[in-house]
Design a binder for this molecule. Structure first.
Ligand SMILES: Cc1cc2nc3c(=O)[nH]c(=O)nc-3n(C[C@H](O)[C@H](O)[C@H](O)COP(=O)(O)OP(=O)(O)OC[C@H]3O[C@@H](n4cnc5c(N)ncnc54)[C@H](O)[C@@H]3O)c2cc1C
Length: 481
């Protein structure tokens, strides 16, 4: 530990009390590696403030001692954005103790939640007043509002409700100089120039520390219908989405699952079973909801799927006959990453292209990658209707050791990103840049984008004390200062 870190930690302990500093290496250990276990860092302590004022104290102390901070929520991020540097030169700042829901208002359709509130807790709180926070994703039991905001997370209901950018009404954050931006009024109309709130959404902790967020609510779901359909290609899956779109506004979840991903889940995740009996190359999970209890949403979806079957768009479909079965269908979708992790080395690419181009990208892209890197298996799953899939490439069978990631894996990811850019897409659709994609962002972005990103970073945090080494660095060669 450096002298500066020692001074920061001692002074923070004095001002925040014993709960404000975690110094036990065993308690620190689970938080210094990323969720996928790919990147391992070190931190001499975890600072754990319980209020915005305590975050101000820490940020000012860190600035005075020139110690970089790494904000962290649930540590479920997919880009290693919350993982500190391996040399122990950065200190973790956990927001998990800031877990109060400050208000929930059905009248204003707003909730104000502190950064450390877990997504599932917010769902429950909104439900209690007959409302709903519509964003959801597989990590809802552990990811936090601060992390979701800072990564501009998406998830499975973006099709209808948008990403965090659409659902955040305002942000409270401590800026690198210790001043507090209070954007929690949740005003629908507010044109005072640049939107600081929007700048902080997706900033990945590089511009300040999010301490609380005002979130838009929608009426609670009165009923939902969940179905699983088999199709023979991603193009057919998109045809199904367009078929449904033209006939109902109730569809809010539409997830594409290739047979390969389904096989992995059935192999590795206990208690899962295939929803359909026959063989289908691709599958779609459809969720339709209604806030109106007199609307028979199950009958509506059933009729629409029957019509799609008759038109030859889908090969087969089954509607969940109970909530338990609906949850079982979603479990298959939500555990694909977990199943891949159990299977072996997998390169994850969270990419987007125009929705209409996605079917071709999925089939042609997978073929091109597998031909160029023999033995690999490439497939995409996820949010087809958003033009966003998780395009994953598995290592050839028998590949051992993490070195594959740094060797061939590195080359494969660059190859995939080149394909995405050639298709006019983005190398990060919803997971952010973190440290895993930082150099690729710099390699593949226009000079204008990089100039603007660096200018914004410099304006807020010229000393690079806020999550350095993530998203963008001021040093043009990408070196961490
Ligand atoms: C099983 C699983 C499924 C997932 N599915 C999806 C999905 O469908 N869509 C999707 O978008 N993501 C998905 N994710 C990724 C992840 O859940 C999101 O990125 C989530 O937003 C991270 O929240 P967190 O609290 O864990 O943040 P962390 O991982 O702790 O941090 C993420 C980033 O935000 C920064 N940060 C965290 N809190 C703050 C704060 N208070 N102030 C400033 N910066 C902060 C960190 O420094 C880091 O850069 C999934 C993850 C898992 C494990």
């Amino acid at each position: 530990m450096t002298e500066a870190e020692q001074a920061l930690i001692t002074e923070a302990g004095r001002q925040l009390g014993p709960k404000g500093v975690i110094a036990d290496p065993q308690e620190i250990a689970p938080w210094v590696s990323d969720w996928r276990g790919r990147v391992h860092g070190a931190s001499p302590a975890i600072l754990a403030p319980a209020s915005t004022e305590e975050v101000v104290t820490i940020v000012k102390l860190a600035a005075a001692h020139r110690v970089p901070l790494v904000p962290q929520g649930g540590n479920t991020g997919m880009a290693a954005g919350a993982t500190p540097a391996a040399d122990g030169s950065q200190v973790l700042l956990s927001l998990r103790r800031m877990n109060r829901i400050r208000s929930v208002s059905a009248e204003n359709r707003l909730a104000v939640a502190e950064a450390g509130v877990v997504l599932a807790t917010l769902h429950d709180a909104a439900n209690e007043v007959g409302m709903r926070f519509p964003l959801t994703l597989g990590a809802r039991g552990s990811c936090t509002i601060g992390g979701l905001t800072s990564t501009n997370a998406g998830g499975t209901q973006v099709l209808k409700f948008g990403t965090m950018r659409a659902l955040v009404a305002g942000v409270e954050a401590v800026l690198p100089d210790g001043s507090v931006h209070d954007g929690l009024t949740g005003l629908k109309k507010d044109n005072r120039g640049y939107s600081l709130d929007q700048l902080l959404i997706g900033a990945e902790g590089t511009l300040g520390v999010v301490t609380a967020v005002a979130l838009r609510l929608v009426p609670a779901v009165a009923a939902r219908a969940v179905a699983w359909a088999g199709v023979d290609s991603p193009l057919r899956a998109l045809d199904l989405l367009r078929f449904l779109d033209a006939r109902t506004t109730a569809v809010e979840g539409f997830e594409l699952v290739p047979q390969d991903s389904l096989d992995l889940v059935l192999r590795h995740v206990p208690g899962t079973r295939a929803p359909l009996l026959g063989e289908h190359a691709w599958h779609v999970l459809v969720e339709a909801t209604t806030p109106d209890s007199s609307h028979d949403i199950t009958a509506e979806l059933e009729q629409l799927l029957a019509a799609a079957l008759q038109e030859g768009i889908i090969g087969d479909a089954v509607l969940a006959s109970s909530e338990a079965q609906a949850e079982a269908f979603w479990k298959i979708r939500d555990t694909i990453s977990e199943a891949e992790r159990a299977e072996g080395q997998t390169l994850a690419h969270d990419i987007s292209v125009a929705v209409g181009d996605m079917p071709r990208f999925l089939t042609e892209g997978a073929k091109t990658v597998e031909a160029r890197f023999p033995g690999t298996r490439a497939a995409g799953f996820g949010h087809l209707g958003d033009g966003n899939v998780h395009f994953h490439v598995r290592a050839p069978t028998g590949t051992d050791g993490p070195s594959w990631y740094e060797g061939e894996g590195h080359v494969i990811s660059a190859f995939v990103h080149d394909l995405v850019v050639a298709a006019g897409g983005s190398i990060s659709a919803e997971h952010g840049i973190g440290q895993l994609k930082r150099d690729e962002l710099a390699r593949l972005s226009s000079p204008a984008r990089m100039m603007a990103l660096r200018a914004i970073k410099r304006a807020f945090d010229s000393r690079e004390l806020m999550n350095p080494g993530k998203l963008v660095t001021l040093a043009p060669d990408g070196a961490t200062p």
